[in-house]
Design a protein. Structure first.
Length: 326
């Protein structure tokens, strides 16, 4: 039994994880006033679950941050105060069991791959920004230092708008297929057409939120539907790039914006199919993510279980080699 910890901008979720099943889940609001306060909050929820489920063999942690995986140190963190924190070391000291830390989107991708039963998967999470993860042979792909697979920052238009995230790029996928991008495009269009129905949905600050834009599209507003059509087209370009590079068995679309998939998913698949190498396209399934609300904690738990087993295999190999030499 391992514990999975999913640290988000608003809540910390912890669960006992066995295989792809999460039990005894506890949640607590994320405390963001300082790094120490956040870690104390995480410790409180973890100890609450340990009290119910017993001592785990290891703990996996997913955070919305860039992680140097070998050390478990947070490189950058936008929404929670963890930049520079040696999270693996700090939590390991508190709990006295092996701790493994990774980006939360990587954990979600790992959960998705194991829950649907595929060994090669690319997952995109569409929310305020665009995240994602790559699973190869059942394991997370991270690049040389654990910072790789920033899928939201592949350029789909070199002359496009600046990325709304912490990124120097222009025209990257996050600049087109995120909640921030929808708000930007909707606000600009509504402001340029003050007599339009879309303009009536601007809030007191003159903004059109992504939620209001989606609602307008669902009501049949032509301007909103045009924005969602372009959202789908740009997402399809991104999907084609990922399929051409990674040749996954499955490409999954998750995140909060995926709840509006009826407005863009078919268009995205159409565009991707027109741009992907045919031999690769006929071998991939593009689908909405199936992991659900527990994907974060399950993925973090799987991370702990897989890394613990990998380390044990390494130790066994070293022991066998030493015996042979003697």
């Amino acid at each position: 039994m391992v514990l999975g910890v999913d640290v988000g901008g608003t809540k910390v979720a912890v669960a006992a994880v066995e295989g792809v099943t999460a039990t005894r889940t506890k949640e607590h609001p994320t405390v963001t006033v300082s790094s120490d306060a956040l870690l104390d909050g995480v410790e409180h929820v973890v100890r609450d679950v340990i009290g119910d489920a017993g001592q785990p063999e290891a703990i996996g942690v997913g955070v919305p941050s860039q992680i140097e995986f070998a050390t478990g140190t947070v490189e950058t963190s936008v929404n929670i105060p963890l930049t520079g924190v040696p999270l693996r070391e700090e939590l390991g000291r508190r709990f006295r069991v092996p701790v493994y830390v990774d980006n939360d989107a990587n954990c979600a991708a790992l959960a998705e791959a194991h829950m649907v039963g595929v060994s090669h998967l690319v997952m995109l999470t569409l929310g305020t920004g665009v995240g994602g993860g790559v699973v190869i042979d059942g394991m997370i792909f991270r690049g040389a230092h654990g910072l790789g697979a920033e899928l939201g920052h592949i350029a789909v238009n070199p002359d496009g708008p600046p990325c709304p995230g912490n990124c120097p790029n222009r025209g990257c996928l996050e600049a087109y297929c995120s909640g921030q991008a929808l708000e930007r495009d909707g606000t600009e269009l509504a402001s340029d057409k003050p007599d339009s129905h879309l303009a009536t949905r601007l809030d007191a600050d003159g903004r059109l939120t992504a939620r209001r834009l989606v609602a307008a599209a669902e009501d049949g507003d032509a301007d909103a539907l045009l924005i969602m059509e372009n959202f789908g087209r740009m997402l399809g370009i991104g999907i084609a790039n990922y399929v051409n590079v990674f040749e996954p068995m499955r490409l999954a679309i998750g995140g909060g914006i995926s709840r509006a998939s009826h407005l863009f998913f078919d268009r995205a698949v159409q565009e991707a199919g027109a741009r992907t190498l045919p031999a690769l396209w006929k071998r991939v399934t593009v689908a909405l993510a199936e992991g659900g609300a527990d994907a974060g904690v399950i993925g973090a738990g799987l991370l702990a279980a897989l890394e613990l087993e990998r380390e044990r295999d390494t130790d066994r190999t070293k022991a066998t080699t030493s015996e042979g030499i003697e």
